[in-house]
Ligand binder design. Structure first.
Ligand SMILES: [Ca+2]
Ligand SMILES: [Ca+2]
Length: 332
């Protein structure tokens, strides 16, 4: 796959060169060492293991009180579907790779349309707290392009997913998520399906804490990990919502099949079949949902069902994963 955006691809190459100089000395683990190696998942329907049935219904999609891209709120009808109980894990993705030999986009490398003769660069984006000489640096990006960062080695060479089999897979581009879903005979959820399944999620406990793996403290400099995890957590460690689904809010952002526009009623959708996000105006962009372990009260309060973000289809990062859905009959 080639990105449409020469600018972004150029930035990737510049970032890759930067990462080449930096990554050897900056191998931060993306997940902390929690005493919880795995969390107990509720039993699911025997004919649909690992999935939860979401009965058809109507709901008000979007919100008018928060970020402008979430509006306007509007009525939507969703049919019956099954949704994965959890985010797709490293262990599940490894089964897919073992069965098919699939290589993710980050492993194959990302091409540069401005330099079609140049070899693709195997690189992905990793969150690194922005410190310079041990001091918080507000002028430094917290995203670093790191050579050879991918789902097998989420923080780059020297890291691995050993012990993280129950954590959500990351560094997954849109096409990687689609490939896994197709292998399962499933699809990616539409934004409406995701938001409908997530309704009632993203709320706080009696102490005002999110019931999800989010960020506590002042992002991106201070993190107290009071919810148990600094990075990703094993799937299913936080309470389900009323529909019985885990981690729709928090842990990792999740790809949907829906094209991203800056509002639900964006008037020029036909002029931008690949989507439109002014922050990445020449990229094909899809909607990601649910927020991640990097969402904090002071930044990215997107741990709510209505929250949404545009994501370049060609870039995974270490806080984006996915789950799948299947349209089917209700259980007997
Ligand atoms: Ca956390
Ligand atoms: Ca999630």
């Amino acid at each position: 796959m080639q990105l449409r955006a020469g600018a972004i691809a150029g930035a990737l190459l510049v970032g890759a060169a930067l990462a080449a100089a930096l990554y050897r000395n900056q191998l931060e683990p993306i997940a902390d060492s929690s005493p919880l190696a795995a969390c107990q998942l509720a039993a699911t329907d025997a004919a649909h293991p690992g999935m939860v049935f979401i009965p058809a219904g109507n709901f008000m999609m979007g919100a008018n009180y928060a970020y402008p891209e979430e509006g306007p709120s509007h009525a939507v009808t969703v049919g019956d579907f099954w949704i994965d109980q959890t985010e797709v894990t490293n262990g599940q993705f490894a089964e897919f790779v073992a069965a098919t030999g699939y290589r993710t986009l980050a492993e194959r490398g990302i091409g540069n349309p401005a330099q079609p003769q140049a070899a693709p660069v195997a690189v992905s984006s990793v969150f690194v707290p922005p410190y310079t000489d041990g001091q918080p640096d507000p002028f430094r990006s917290w995203w670093q392009f790191r050579l050879a960062a991918n789902w097998r080695q989420p923080a780059g060479p020297g890291s691995s997913i050993a012990g993280l089999e129950q954590h959500p897979v990351v560094h997954i581009a849109f096409e990687d998520a689609q490939a896994y879903a197709a292998w399962k005979g499933h699809s990616l959820p539409t934004e409406a399906q995701f938001e409908y399944a997530a309704r009632g999620t993203g709320r706080e406990d009696a102490d005002g804490n999110q019931i999800a793996n989010t960020w506590q403290g002042l992002f991106p400099f201070q993190h107290d990990s009071s919810d148990g995890y600094i990075g990703t957590s094993p799937v299913g460690c936080y309470a389900t919502n009323a529909q019985g689904v885990y981690d729709l809010i928090g842990n990792v952002w999740e790809w949907t099949s829906s094209t991203y526009y800056i509002s639900h009623d964006f008037a020029a959708k036909a002029d931008f079949p690949g989507g439109y996000d002014p922050n990445q105006p020449t990229d094909e962009v899809a909607v990601i949902k649910g927020g991640s372990y990097l969402c904090a009260p002071n930044y990215c309060m997107r741990y709510r069902p209505e929250a949404r973000q545009g994501q370049s289809k060609g870039l995974g990062t270490d806080h984006i994963g996915f789950r799948t859905v299947m349209e089917a009959q209700a259980p007997n």
